[in-house]
Design a protein around this ligand. Structure first.
Ligand SMILES: O=P(O)(O)OC[C@H]1O[C@H](OP(=O)(O)OP(=O)(O)O)[C@H](O)[C@@H]1O
Ligand code: HPA
Ligand SMILES: [Mg+2]
Length: 169
């Protein structure tokens, strides 16, 4: 990851995240035959709820991966949990009826791990950075590689210094 100081900030409110996840649902809608959602925890849990609601999908599972152990620092990716038996029953053909959801793809490291597990699943993220973009089938918004996305569940209300005082945002 780049140095935080050299990164642009892209803060996302709950409202914007909901709107973007709905936009992703529209792109995934139609007769695509998805029978299950597999979300990549933890960031994929929130868009998975919204997309499952919009598409009427009720079989939802998780793949638990931890790769960023400290703030903005990527460590070795670890798979803590794979899919359970109900979704495993859908994987014989590589997972064509499985919709994989994450909040974003950045370097593509997480996506690559999951793609190895479910090579034919449809992989969708709300946001994508250029390095990871080739690994994603559907996304809504691309941001530059040197942008850090701040998700609403990581944010709180705080004082913002005026722009003229050198606020970087
Ligand atoms: O494309 P990559 O460089 O692999 O980065 C993308 C991944 O990083 C974040 O997850 P993180 O591992 O931080 O865990 P979290 O979802 O629990 O916050 C994000 O939610 C993606 O899953
Ligand atoms: O830009 C990001 N924002 C939040 N979490 C992340 N994990 C990888 N990249 C990012
Ligand atoms: Mg994640």
């Amino acid at each position: 990851m780049s140095e935080p100081s050299s990164q642009k900030a892209f803060p996302v409110s709950w409202e914007q995240f909901h709107r973007d996840a709905r936009a992703l649902s529209w792109r995934l809608s139609g007769d695509r035959g998805f029978e299950a959602i597999v979300c990549i925890t933890r960031g994929g849990l929130v868009p998975a709820l919204i997309i499952a609601r919009e598409l009427g999908i009720r079989l939802i599972d998780t793949v638990c991966i931890a790769s960023y152990h400290d703030y903005k620092e990527q460590g070795a990716a670890q798979i803590l949990k794979g899919v359970g038996p109900e979704v495993a029953a859908l994987t014989a053909d590589g997972g064509t009826r499985i919709l994989l959801i994450d909040d974003l793809v950045d370097t593509g490291k997480t996506a690559r791990l999951v793609r190895d597990m479910l090579p034919k699943a449809h992989f969708a993220t709300v946001y994508a950075k250029p390095m990871g973009r080739p690994l994603v089938d559907t996304f809504v918004t691309e941001v530059s590689q040197d942008t850090w996305i701040y998700f609403p569940w990581d944010l709180g209300l705080s004082f913002q210094p005026p722009i003229r005082d050198g606020h970087p945002g």
